[in-house]
Design a protein around this ligand. Structure first.
Ligand code: NAP
Length: 279
């Protein structure tokens, strides 16, 4: 069974090792600044793991926190200050933001050359236009895992489930670039299994445990499970792993699949931002 597993930890380790070497060669300290608003426990955990990963590869890390009643103006001023600070390589606003803040407006204040999450309209447009851009970390991680597992994408029928800005939408451009045929499904899709049964590759990013079972997948297909669902006693993805594992050719586990790739690509994006700014 092990040969079927696409191991995100292993893939991530290789990328981080190469990155460490690259960072050593750079004649400047790289610095990532994360802005976190409020007391959301999950956000605190995510930011901590980003900080730890930065330290591990030699990137300076600073977390700036605000109370959840912070105004848009205060956030905008802080982001502008960081945009103009030559010592800051990358800026990340940890999502979600409180409801009174216009997330899209705030994200678009970030200089696109410091936009480590790749969520500014400029970087999204560049990606869709096949220009060099900062690519959203999870979507980039999915492509890394497909390549790491020697999965050829050309002419393959790929079904993405989930159309978020973070995962599903950037994957459309990334997969088209690899000459795959792409279908994208969402909560209003009728007969999801008609799509998935014909897919050579399924990428599932929804957040519903057991959304995909063995009756919905083709023999020897490849499954990338992006979903993270926290149940009482364990974490699982969107795909019923035990049910499908004997039918498919390759599959990512949850945890240990896409998860480690997201933070790794954040580090990759800090280096890319440095290169963007240098050129
Ligand atoms: P999101 O913004 O909530 O998007 C979920 C998507 O799933 C939406 O497009 C939604 O459709 C679609 N959907 C909901 N119910 C569906 C159904 N029954 N059938 C088909 N599609 C359905 O979520 P996200 O930020 O993309 O995250 C998705 C999942 O991936 C979550 O579990 C999240 O925790 C996980 N995630 C993991 C990582 C990682 O590092 N591994 C990173 C990011 C996200 P509509 O657009 O119609 O609402």
């Amino acid at each position: 069974m092990n040969e079927k597993i696409i191991n995100g930890k292993e893939c991530s380790k290789i990328i981080r090792q190469n990155l460490k070497e690259r960072i050593k060669e750079i004649d400047k300290n790289l610095k990532l600044v994360v802005i976190r608003v409020g007391n959301d426990e999950a956000s605190k955990i995510y930011v901590n793991s980003k900080g730890k990963a930065c330290t591990e590869v030699g990137i300076d890390f600073l977390e700036i926190t605000f109370r959840d009643d912070v105004s848009e103006e205060v956030l905008i001023d802080k982001i502008n200050e960081l945009n103009n600070d030559e010592e800051v390589t990358g800026i990340l606003v940890q999502l979600p933001l409180p409801n009174h803040i216009n997330t899209n407006k705030i994200l678009n204040i970030i200089d696109y050359k410091k936009d480590v999450d790749g969520l500014t309209t400029t970087n999204i447009g560049k990606l869709n236009n096949s220009e060099v851009s900062i690519i959203p970390c999870t979507a980039a991680g999915v492509i890394d895992l497909l390549k790491f597992s020697n999965t050829s994408l050309e002419s393959k029928n790929v079904v993405i489930i989930g159309r978020s800005n973070l995962v599903g939408k950037p994957l459309i451009s990334l997969l088209l670039k690899e000459n795959a045929s792409v279908s994208i499904c969402h909560s209003k899709t009728k007969n999801l299994s008609e799509y998935t049964k014909n897919a050579d590759i399924i990428i599932c990013a929804v957040g519903h445990p057991n959304l995909i079972n063995k009756d919905m997948v083709k023999e020897n297909s490849i499954i990338i499970d992006v979903g993270i669902n926290r149940l009482d006693d364990h974490i699982c993805g969107d795909v019923n792993f035990d049910d499908v594992v004997n039918k498919v050719a390759k599959i990512t586990p949850v945890p240990g699949g896409v998860g480690p790739m997201t933070v790794t690509n954040l580090l990759v994006n800090v280096v890319k931002c440095y290169e963007f700014q240098k050129n």
